[in-house]
Every structure is written in C-alpha cells, then in structure tokens.
Design a protein around this ligand. Structure first.
Ligand code: HEC
Ligand code: HEC
Ligand code: HEC
Ligand code: HEC
Length: 489
C-alpha cells in the first residue's frame, strides 16, 4: 500500500487537495458542534423558568407560565373520556362491578366506596368525595395527593406532619399532584420529594441520590405507586415494607414479623393486610423493567409540537396512545399490541376472580364456624391462611396494570392465593363437620353491591346522607382558607 508521503511526492498538487479536504472537514465539524451547543442552549433555555419558581411552589399553573407545553398536556389528566377493557380514566364503581369486594373488605372503609383511579388532577377531589374519609384518618393520607405536601413537610417537620389529623390539614392541601412532586424548581431535574421512598432505599442499603437518569424516570412514580403502611399507633409514619426485599413473599414476612394488621375482618375476625397499590414492585418483576424500560417510557412518551420535542405529561393508560407509547419500540400494529395487553389481562382476571370467590367463601364459612361456637384456638391456622390468601389476591388486584406489567408474576402470586384459600376451606370443612354443621354451606346472595353491603351490615343511606351534608360545607371552607394563603406566596 502506498503511503500518503509517496502520493504527494508523485503528484505535488495532491498536497493542496488534502489540505482543502481537511479544511472542509474541520469547517463542517465546527458547524455541527456549534449546532449541538445551540440546541443544548435551547434545551437549557427551555429548562430555565421565565420567572424564578419559589422553592416550595405548589401551584401547577405558576410553573405552567414557564413550561406551557408540559402544563397543558398535564391538565389533560382531567379528561375522563377514555375507557379500555379494564383501565382508563373514566370513573368506575369497582364495588358495583364486583360485589365480592364488599365482603372481602367487611370491617374496613373500602367496603363503603371504591372507585377505579383516575387522572392526577382529580386526586384532591376524589379523596374529599370518598366515603372512606368519613372515618377519622391521619394526615399521612394526603401524602400522595398533592404538591402542598413537600411544602408542609418542610414547614412542620416530616414526623409531625404525619401525626396530624387528615381533616386538620384540609385548608392546606388543595393543589393536586403536579410539577413540584417530580421536579426541582431551580434546575427542573427530576427529584424525590417523598421521604418514605428515600428512607426505604437507605434501609435496603441503597442510596437513592445515586439513581441513574433512567431509574429516576420510574422512581418519581415510585414515590406514590407502591405498597406502604402507617407505622405506629400515634406516629402514623409512612413506611414502605421493603426491608427484607420487594416481592410479595418478602413483604408478607415483614408484615407478619411486625404483626401489622390493617383491620380485623368483621365476619371471620381474620387480622387482614390491605394491599395498597404495589405498581412499582410488581412492574419490576416484568420483562419491560428487566430490559430497562421506565414508567415514563410508556406513560409519558415524547411528543412533538412545532418542531419542539417534549415529554407528554398527559399521564394515562398507554392504550389511549399506542403509537406514541408502544410503537417507538414495537413494530406490530395497534390492534395486535392492544390484543397483547387484553390477552394478558383476561387471563389474569380469570385467576383473580377464582381467588376472590374462594376467599369470600372462606370468610363466610369461618363466620359460620364462629357462630356455631368455634374457639379462637380452632381458627388460628385458618386465620393465617385467609390472611395470606387475601394479601396475595389484593397485592395483584390493587396493583394497577399488574396483569400487563408482569403477567407471569401476577399469575404466580394469584395461584398461591387460591391454593391458600382452598387449604383454609379444607380445614374449615373438617371444623364445621366437627361442630355438627353440614358442609358445604350455601353463600348468601351477593349479586349486587347493595345486597353485599346489606349483608355485612352497612347502613349506606345514613353514610351517604352524612357525606352529602359534609360536602356542602367543609370543602368550600377549606378552599377559602387556602385561597387567602396562596395569595401570599
Ligand atoms: C411497557 C409499557 C409500560 C410501562 C413501562 C409501564 N406501564 Fe403502566 N400500564 C401499561 C399498560 C399497557 C397498562 C394497561 C392500561 C389499560 O388497561 O388501559 C398500564 C396500566 C397502568 C396503571 C393503571 C392505569 C389505568 O388506566 O387503569 C397504572 C397506575 C400504571 N400502569 C402505572 C405504572 C407505573 C407506576 C409504572 C412504572 C413503575 C408503569 N406503569 C410502567 C404499560 C406500561
Ligand atoms: C404524588 C403521588 C403520585 C406520583 C408522584 C405519581 N402518581 Fe400516578 N396517581 C396518583 C394518585 C393518587 C392517582 C389516583 C388519582 C385519582 O383517582 O383521583 C394516580 C393515578 C395514576 C394513573 C391512572 C390515571 C388514569 O387515567 O387511569 C396512572 C396511569 C398513573 N397515576 C401513573 C403514574 C406515573 C407513570 C407516574 C410517574 C411518572 C405517577 N403516576 C406518579 C399518585 C401519584
Ligand atoms: C409524576 C412526575 C411528573 C410530574 C407531576 C411532572 N413532570 Fe415534568 N417530567 C417528568 C419526567 C419523567 C420527565 C422526563 C425527564 C427526562 O427524561 O429527563 C419530565 C420532563 C419535564 C421537562 C423537560 C422537558 C421535556 O418536556 O421533556 C419539563 C420542562 C417539565 N417536565 C415540566 C413540568 C411541569 C411544568 C409540570 C407541572 C405542570 C411537570 N413537569 C409535572 C415527570 C413529571
Ligand atoms: C422503550 C422500549 C419499549 C416500549 C416503549 C414498549 N416496549 Fe414492549 N418490550 C420491549 C422489550 C425490550 C421487550 C422484551 C422483548 C425482548 O427483549 O426481545 C418487550 C416485550 C413486550 C411484550 C412481550 C412480553 C411478554 O409478556 O412476554 C409485549 C406484549 C409488549 N412488549 C407490549 C408492549 C406494549 C403494549 C407497549 C406499549 C404500552 C410496549 N410494549 C412498550 C420494549 C418496549
């Protein structure tokens, strides 16, 4: 092969050609570099607020003045028009859809009222409206509802904030979930505002400040979309039960270890664990998480507007935007992808219903045994089986999106739930026979929400009347109090 030196020696003009080519290459590289710097500058400009945003600013509309695209897409979470087969933003009365839930939660406020989750902008409205907040609740309940929470925690101290009564902070917590929850107002970087997540990480020996950018695109959601409990009778300290690991079995062991009980079932007297919404934990067991896909990849895809690429803040069911959410990575048609989701959801639903049915039966049979004089001693093992069966069923039922996020894990957890409920039933059959009761016993008519609520002894008319009265006066007072304060930010 000839060397450049030899070529130049043979044809001296080649030196000038080489020189020219080099000049052009350097010039183009320079242009390219300048354009990158300019683009970065543009992106940086877009990330600098027009007016500095107050460190604890809770009002989304104030952030929206500087970031109109993100704000305008975010307030679309007010849209309730989309319903998929199992999810979506429409208001769905889950107790009406599945009256068995009323019996499973007998003795707990969820048996009064439980709607499917809707968009973030409804968080305050929905927690005010639910019959569940008629029961005295701690301020901890506000934690995943509002941008006012980081401000209050800073003002009052975290432990002190949790200790307040829910109703005492009504005039303080008025801005729905928003910018402050996920963004640092100075840099617009993603940040963690809920201490419970950082504390759970540190108890697992992990430092959340070391999380990668892609991890943060899921961790901002994991501030709220997780399993948790209120630790301590007085403290009500928000705690994630992850010390021994994040699987359903690890958390069950944790809760048994600290003898945590969310409520005692009013029919069977079982000490029940109510699962919250372990969306993040179940998601982590699925293939997308294992391939490094984040919550934001599907629920907050990129969008383009007038040549500007930005993150769609209309957080919702990805089935309402399959092209933006899935087709970035998958080549299949929208129909195929939707069918892929429905197929997984349909199959998990079958298992979910089988688990529900078996656990409801176990509760009713235990009640029959108690009425016939069964002793606490006779029921020890049965109570434990029902507790674990219901925890495992609820873990999947309450984890929105689980049947798609991690279908295999959902099936594993539900099959262990069914197995435990059936084991309880076998022991109940023996016990009932000993007590002289003919097995199987027949279930009451639980075909509607009303019938189920009457069966567990709820006076819904009275509860609804009291709530209507409360809604007429208290929320307006809270809003008035908040308005006067917000003018002072
Ligand atoms: C690979 C895409 C994908 C990823 C990643 C993903 N999800 Fe989902 N998610 C879905 C789909 C699809 C559904 C089902 C929507 C439906 O049934 O309408 C769903 C459902 C949900 C729902 C219930 C929504 C509804 O309308 O009922 C919530 C809440 C949710 N996901 C939260 C999360 C969180 C939190 C993360 C991260 C920990 C996450 N998702 C990661 C695709 C995804
Ligand atoms: C500060 C707490 C909080 C954070 C942070 C949060 N969520 Fe939510 N999310 C909620 C609550 C509460 C609801 C239910 C609101 C209602 O029904 O009133 C909800 C509802 C949803 C829904 C259902 C909306 C619908 O239309 O079906 C989806 C999907 C969802 N969140 C996904 C996410 C994703 C993805 C992230 C992270 C990018 C995230 N959330 C971060 C608290 C939070
Ligand atoms: C539930 C968490 C969450 C909430 C609430 C939220 N964001 Fe974001 N935001 C994100 C995520 C995730 C990204 C993508 C960040 C990335 O990958 O760097 C993002 C990106 C952005 C960006 C960077 C540019 C872009 O569009 O990618 C801006 C600006 C922004 N958000 C503004 C806002 C504003 C204004 C609000 C309130 C109206 C808001 N965000 C509410 C999670 C959130
Ligand atoms: C950021 C890229 C990305 C996005 C966005 C994404 N996926 Fe995937 N998806 C993957 C990867 C990677 C896998 C694993 C397959 C592999 O590694 O070959 C996967 C696997 C799947 C599978 C097979 C999973 C199983 O149960 O075995 C289905 C179904 C699927 N995706 C549907 C969807 C749907 C529906 C959406 C939109 C809601 C979506 N994906 C969004 C990257 C993505």
């Amino acid at each position: 092969m000839k060397k450049i030196k030899d070529i130049v020696n043979e044809k001296p003009y080649m030196a000038w050609v080489l020189f020219g080519v080099t000049v052009i290459v350097v010039f183009l590289a320079g242009l390219f570099g300048a354009s990158i710097i300019e683009r970065r500058g543009e992106a940086q400009d877009r990330l600098t607020a027009l007016k500095p945003i107050n460190e604890w600013e809770p009002r989304n509309e104030v952030w929206g003045e500087s970031f109109p695209r993100e704000y305008e897409s975010y307030i679309k979470t007010l849209d309730t028009s989309f319903a998929s087969k199992y999810g979506g933003s429409a208001k769905v009365d889950m107790l009406e859809r599945e009256p068995n839930l009323v019996v499973l939660w007998a003795g707990y406020a969820f048996s009064r009222d439980y709607n499917q989750g809707r968009g973030h902008y409804y968080a305050i409205k929905d927690i005010r409206n639910t019959l569940r907040t008629d029961v005295p609740q701690p301020a901890t309940c506000w934690t995943c509802k509002s941008t006012d929470v980081p401000r209050l925690m800073n003002q009052m101290g975290v432990a002190n904030y949790y200790k307040q009564k829910w109703s005492d902070l009504g005039g303080e917590v008025v801005n729905a979930i928003g910018c402050q929850d996920c963004h640092d107002p100075k840099t617009m970087n993603l940040h963690i505002t809920r201490p419970a997540l950082a504390e759970a990480y540190s108890r697992m020996g992990k430092d959340i400040t070391k999380a990668t950018h892609q991890e943060m695109r899921s961790l901002v959601c994991a501030q709220c979309h997780v399993e948790y409990y209120f630790k301590g009778k007085e403290e009500k300290y928000l705690t994630f039960p992850w010390d021994g690991g994040m699987t359903v079995d690890d958390m069950e062991k944790y809760y048994d270890g600290v003898e945590h009980v969310d409520f005692v079932h009013s029919l069977s007297k079982t000490p029940i664990l109510k699962a919250q919404h372990p969306d993040f934990e179940v998601f982590k067991m699925g293939i997308h998480a294992q391939r490094g896909v984040s919550c934001a990849d599907c629920h907050m895809p990129y969008k383009s507007d007038g040549g500007v690429k930005f993150t769609d803040h209309h957080i919702q069911s990805p089935l309402n935007n399959i092209s933006g959410s899935c087709q970035v990575c998958h080549r299949e048609s929208e129909e195929t992808l939707r069918e892929n989701v429905y197929e997984r959801q349909d199959k998990i639903k079958e298992l979910l219903l089988a688990a529900e049915h078996a656990i409801v039966k176990a509760h009713v049979e235990t009640k029959t045994a108690l009425d016939a004089g069964a002793k606490a001693e006779d029921l020890k093992e049965i109570h434990k089986l029902i507790r674990h069966a219901q925890w495992r069923w609820d873990y999947i039922a309450a984890s929105h999106g689980a049947p798609f996020h991690a279908p295999l894990e959902s099936a594993r957890v539900l099959s262990s739930s069914i197995q435990k409920a059936h084991e309880a039933q076998i022991q109940l059959a023996i016990l009932l026979t000993k007590l002289g009761i003919k097995y199987p016993i027949s279930l009451p008519d639980l075909s509607t929400k009303e019938k189920a609520q009457a069966y567990i002894g709820l006076d819904m008319k009275k509860l609804n009347e009291a709530k209507t009265e409360w809604l007429k006066t208290v929320p307006a007072e809270w809003d008035k109090k908040a308005e006067a304060r917000q003018a002072t930010y």
